[in-house]
Design a binder for this molecule. Structure first.
Ligand code: NI
Length: 268
């Protein structure tokens, strides 16, 4: 039994339920006869030792993944690791980032400590954490707004908790839309808004990785103070190029990912 597959199916189901736009894009591409494969899926967390990258990575290590790279995002004060499956080369890469809370205000640090305190130990030690969503209870809109002043990432995570932040279509596996230029044009014609921060396409063929993403659609969220619409998750697209030895590049480009993180910013 391939348990990695079971994890992904459950994450995918949750993600589609929460992101009707991703479902529409997936359906559009499959209607065009495309085989939609995942390049990578991404998670966000805080660097608190009870819920940090290593804790979220555990279920993946147990089903055959191994550590494959570290990334530093100085401006956004994030650190990330990526994992690859040891034997199944079709299995998506896993990208997990964490906010370096020590570099933020006491308010942010105390907020993180107080929400982590609300998590049951059984949840933290089980694989259910991956699917737990916001397991610390109804968020406060006031705290959300205050977190946004320091970090959109922290604010998003405070509201949504543990879930797949994005799935990523492998452009290499597409036939008709086999470049980001073609795919982005098709998505825009179909009415989707792309994240244009740093240009619609992040990265270059020379860097061996090009990425683009939709802007996260807004969803109504129940806060203590009432219902507000805020950005949810987004869908990403990645095209990888072979290196000089003809081996497909497997890593990530920090400068590009830095801009992709902004796909969940609550701008307008
Ligand atoms: Ni990504």
């Amino acid at each position: 039994m391939n348990t990695a597959k079971i994890i992904f199916e459950r994450l995918w189901k949750d993600y589609l339920q929460q992101n009707p736009e991703a479902k529409k894009i997936y359906d559009l591409l499959t209607d065009e006869g495309e085989n939609v494969q995942n390049d990578h899926i991404a998670f966000r967390t805080f660097d608190h030792p009870k819920i940090d990258i290593d804790v979220l990575a555990k279920p993946f290590l147990e089903v055959g993944y191994e550590f494959a790279g570290n990334y530093v995002f100085e401006e956004k004060k994030l650190f990330a690791k990526h994992y690859e499956h040891k034997t199944d080369k079709q299995a998506p890469r896993i990208f997990i980032s964490q906010l370096e809370t020590g570099k933020f205000s006491e308010f942010l640090q105390n907020t993180v400590k107080s929400i982590v305190r609300k998590l049951p130990d059984e949840l933290i030690s089980s694989m259910e954490l991956l699917y737990a969503g916001n397991a610390w209870g109804k968020p406060s809109f006031k705290i959300y707004q205050q977190l946004r002043e320091e970090s959109e990432y922290a604010a998003w995570l405070y509201v949504y908790g543990f879930r797949t932040n994005h799935f990523t279509v492998s452009v290499n596996a597409l036939k008709k839309y086999n470049s980001l230029e073609k795919l982005n044009a098709f998505l825009k014609e179909s009415g989707f808004t792309m994240n244009a921060s740093g240009g619609e396409i992040k990265g270059t063929p020379q860097q061996l990785l090009e990425q683009s993403s939709t802007l996260a659609g807004k969803l109504p969220v129940q806060f203590e103070e009432g219902v507000y619409e805020i950005p949810a998750c987004y869908y990403e697209f990645a095209r990888r190029y072979p290196d000089q030895d003809g081996k497909l590049y497997n890593g990530f480009i920090a400068k590009s990912a830095d801009k992709i993180f902004e796909s969940t910013d609550n701008t307008k």
